[in-house]
Ligand binder design. Sequence first.
Ligand code: NAI
Ligand code: MG
Length: 480
Amino acid sequence: MDKLYMYINGEWQESASGERMEYFNPADQMTLGTIPRGNKVDVDHAVSAAKTTFEGSVWKEFKPHERGSILFEVARRIRENKNELARLETIDVGKPLAQSIADVEAAARYFEFYGGAADKLMGETIPIEDGMIDFTVREPIGITAHIIPWNYPIQITSRSTAAAIATGNTVVVKAAEQTPLTTMKIAEYFHDTDLPEGVFNVVTGLGNEAGARLSNHPDVNHITFTGSVPTGIKIMKAAADHVIPVTLELGGKSPNIVFADCDEEETLNGVIRSIIQNAGQTCSAGSRLLIEGAYKDEFLLLLKDRLEALTIGPGEEEHNIGPILSKEQYEKVISYVHQGRKEGEIVTGGNRVHIEGYEEGFYIQPTVIDKLTHDSEVAQEEIFGPVLTVFSFDTEKEAVQLANGTNYGLVTGIWTSHLGKAHRLADQIRAGQVFVNNYGAGGGIQMPFGGYKRSGFGREKGFEALKNYTQLKNVAIKYR
Ligand code: NAI
Ligand code: MG
């Protein structure tokens, strides 16, 4: 059993209360280890360390390229330990090893991307009048809080903290209580670099204790959050009390829009990958399938065959689909499936799978539900499991209406060989990312990512995310 510690001000720390909590392997629900149940005292300690370091001279005097070098060093450590990190992510989150390897690769690339960006963030000079020079400077925002969900811990820890450190902030991470392992590994790698104490801190604990304190701490200057809509709303309210900005990524109900003129093979692969990745426990999961009416029966038959050929089991054994995180998440998913069975028709799947030797794990067949009304909860809410709802359309207009017909707007996939159609749809889709004839673009480190509507606001990834962690100062100097 692994006993993990918080990482505050360059030291490994127990919680002030001494209380600990367990985290589990979703494959069999066995305990993997314990983490400190951090509380207000611990969060205050971490924020105070981050503040002292931010205000001190050591970190301020770090040159941009020196900040970048540290991020490259972390990337190098991630790559060196790729297989071990992937194994940890798999036992912690449950996902198949191949998916964990892709996540670890993405994490290394975030550190490289933002390491390289650290000395390339520039202001502007703005013409005002003769005898005056006006320019803008991007300054760090201060102490940034990063609240991490359990589904992609290594990627999500990496993408926002690398951007925040590249721009000269000091950070406090609240690790996901269910999946702390790889976040703590990132802390270990930072610990081995020349990063000053107090720049990178990680607290562990529950959302409504450590997370809530971090989001309402008066010295925090920005909050980055990925997770559920209700928690996002709480965080935004807490931030309002201190008038600080937030970046919220709150999941979705993302559609794949399939036209009869698509490349069938690529489309099937794309649709399947987007709903089975991490057993559907993905913010950007392609959880609605919208098919051109005349093509529906043919496509569904092929889809059913493919889904039924997939293997389900523990992530370490390299199956296509791993377990659901926990009993709580399983019950949420299966109750949507039951509701879907009542209101519509199950095309395939719909049941729990019992795996020998892993009887306590929660495995669910990939499930397709047809014949629902589009306003049904099953078709509107984020299920967070391998569950796909299907609808058909006859015209482009109907396709757009269905695609835009939820409160979410994170990602949309469009599958067609007609260029004009693809552009017309992309124009009308209300989502932060639109993919044509692909879905996800291999992680898309460089692409801005974030939501329309209730999927949140602000953008992560790419150069765009650097703006979250900086504030713009305009300086006007009169010299005549
Ligand atoms: P959550 O949104 O409550 O948790 C995400 C993170 O927020 C965790 O680190 C948690 O400790 C923290 N947190 C919880 N309450 C908080 C509070 N009051 N103040 C500050 N931080 C807080 O999501 P949870 O309970 O893990 O999952 C529930 C559902 O949320 C899932 O079934 C799924 O639908 C959705 N979800 C979506 C994710 C996404 O990638 N968009 C990721 C995780 C969950
Ligand atoms: Mg776990």
